[in-house]
Design a protein. Structure first.
Length: 587
């Protein structure tokens, strides 16, 4: 109780004058894994109110819970939400209405987690990625434009439960339109086991995160959708930008775009499971009946790593192409890797539809749909991979296919093994997933890259794909909690920033050393820090420090007495990322 009071008092002191933060009306329901728990319903949150949650409490979501117009729901690092398992008209989901905001402020060691009430987070978890569809998911709604004919729409399923409710619509008309609209901030957020059927009609599953006309004022950074029974992420129009997204083991498309999405993305990662999977990315520009509606879809993407279910696996699906473009979709993918894709419907790399007027193939021919400097490898439709992309393109005509293949070749796309360090997609994992380049000879390090716009959003990094030297999945994702991740690669990417932004110095001395070395670094704020040592095979051989450290200069000792002579890598990982130093032990 004292902790909750102190948290609310501090939040009130930091709030703007005249704007008090309060706790929501929440029915106490006992404990959950040793934490106090309380149930949030739609009646718990009022419009125009700023709500501060307590990181030590588990919040049980019951039914459709809506953050209304003018309301803010603030979830600090470590906050947990667990959703009840009702289906149909009793389904559970969290909806942020137009004008409302969700501020989920996790860290790399204390994420904000949304999961099922069946999920154990502090003990050995009996849930696997096959436990999909245990609750609805999160829906953000905004005032940015989409190309629905009326400009206004609603999310299927939720519209059956709350038919006619103005809180569940997205989009805009006239002066209400605001492409810079903000639905809040999601940072280090893990959304798990979503996709239960919503409403009265079968097939109305929603995604881990659904975004309806969400504007560019919204922050999305380090957000995971794990084990969704539908898509990982779906964007309906809007202009929201996002970095560091994860779609893991979702039963349909990893990423899905509809109704004129125009945002930007960098460092997105997807991995599919062998039992159920859709496209790695499905791109729809507009409704099939109105493909010419504006605004046209024009997103720009750099540095994606998209890994399919594995050649030889044929998961249940209605998709046969890794990237599927249709209904007048335009946009661009650069500096990405797409690999290991096959489903029960085929193993193609790309499909660009040409059966509507206009359609995505028209955008491709006009230069409005570009695939540039991407690495493609290991598809089920190509029994003997070569440098020829012809067998990997699925199209509505031979002439369209030939034009697509020529365009891919002209824009620096290559068919080559990307040398990813390790892939683990087993239901019972074995620490084998490391999506970084295996070594500095990987085409992801040596391959030609397109230069992103210097627009303040994109980083100009010296590698292809979503990962350089740092595996940013560590610590906060369900993939990390479930023991999928391994330290196989210790690649040092040339020209990559050596230090996270919150580390002021990092050195190991003496170097080389015979028995003992000192690791010195500085952190700019109090936070959790992990300092570990790895050998040349990426195995962790020593843990030097782990836990909260105060701001300022820090030193830890690396004892080499029990290790053989050789080259080792000391890694300092903070909430902002990781840095690695090579050190030689010479006895």
């Amino acid at each position: 109780m004292y902790r909750l009071f102190a948290t609310l008092l501090l939040a009130a002191l930091l709030a703007p004058a005249g704007w008090a933060q309060v706790a929501p009306t929440c029915q106490a329901t006992g404990t959950d894994e040793g934490r106090p728990s309380c149930t949030l319903t739609d009646a718990s949150l009022e419009p125009g109110t700023d709500y501060q949650l307590d990181a030590g409490t588990t919040y049980i979501l019951s039914g459709i819970v809506i953050v209304e117009d003018g309301a803010v729901l603030r979830a600090p690092a470590g906050t947990r939400f667990k959703a009840e398992a009702g289906t149909g008209t009793d389904a559970t989901a969290l909806v942020v209405a137009r004008g409302g905001q969700l501020i989920a402020s996790g860290t790399s060691v204390e994420p904000v987690i949304f999961t099922s009430i069946q999920d154990n987070l502090d003990t050995a978890d009996f849930l696997t990625y096959q436990d999909r569809g245990l609750w609805g998911g999160i829906i953000l709604l905004g005032y940015a434009r989409n190309n629905n004919t009326s400009g206004i729409s609603d999310i299927e399923g939720v519209n059956e439960i709350l038919s006619g409710d103005p809180r569940i619509v997205y989009g805009c008309t006239g002066d209400d339109c605001n492409d810079g609209d903000s639905s809040g901030s999601l940072r280090y957020v893990s959304i798990r086991h979503t996709g239960i059927n919503i409403g009265q009609t079968d097939g109305n599953e929603i995604q881990g995160l659904t975004l309806g006309s969400v504007g560019s004022g919204t922050e999305l950074a380090f957000v995971e959708s794990y084990a969704s029974a539908d898509d990982g992420f779906e964007f309906f129009g809007g202009t929201v930008d996002a970095k560091w997204l994860v779609a893991a083991f979702c039963s349909d498309d990893s990423f899905d775009f509809d109704r004129g999405f125009r945002g930007r993305g960098q460092y997105w990662f997807a991995i599919q499971a062998p039992d159920q999977a859709g496209a790695l990315a499905e791109q729809d520009g507009a409704s099939g009946s109105t493909p010419g509606n504006t605004p046209f879809a024009t997103p720009t993407f750099y540095n994606f790593t998209l890994i399919g279910a594995g050649v030889g696996n044929q998961p249940e699906t209605d998709r046969g192409s890794a990237l599927y473009f249709r209904e007048n979709f335009g946009g661009s993918y650069y500096n990405s890797v797409i690999t290991q894709f096959e489903t029960a419907d085929g193993g193609f790399a790309v499909r660009i539809r040409d059966d509507l007027e206009p359609d995505s193939f028209d955008r491709f021919q006009a230069g409005d749909l570009t695939l540039g400097n991407n690495v493609w490898w290991d598809f089920g439709n190509d029994a003997a991979p070569t440098t020829d992309l012809t067998s990997l393109v699925r199209s509505d005509s031979d002439s369209a296919r030939d034009a697509i293949v020529a365009g891919l070749g002209a824009n620096g796309n290559t068919l080559v093994d990307p040398a990813i360090a390790g892939v683990d997609r087993a239901a019972v994992p074995s620490n084998g997933l490391d999506p970084r380049p295996l070594n500095n000879d990987s085409p992801l390090v040596t391959g030609a890259r397109a230069t992103p716009p210097n627009d303040g959003f994109f980083d100009n990094v010296a590698y292809l794909g979503a990962f350089g030297s740092t595996n940013w999945l560590e610590g906060w994702t369900a993939l990390s909690d479930a023991n999928y991740l391994g330290d196989i690669s210790v690649v040092q990417v040339a020209n990559e920033d050596a230090l996270p932004e919150d580390v002021s110095v990092f050195e190991v001395y003496p170097n080389p050393f015979a028995q003992q070395a000192t690791v010195r670094f500085g952190v700019e704020s109090a936070q959790d820090v992990d300092v570990a040592v790895f050998d040349m095979l990426g195995r962790r051989v020593a843990q030097l420090a782990a836990g909260t450290m105060a701001a300022g200069s820090q030193e830890v000792t690396f004892e080499g007495h029990s290790l053989p002579s050789g080259v080792y890598f000391v890694r300092v990982r903070t909430e902002a990322g990781s840095a690695i130093q090579k050190v030689s032990l010479v006895k």
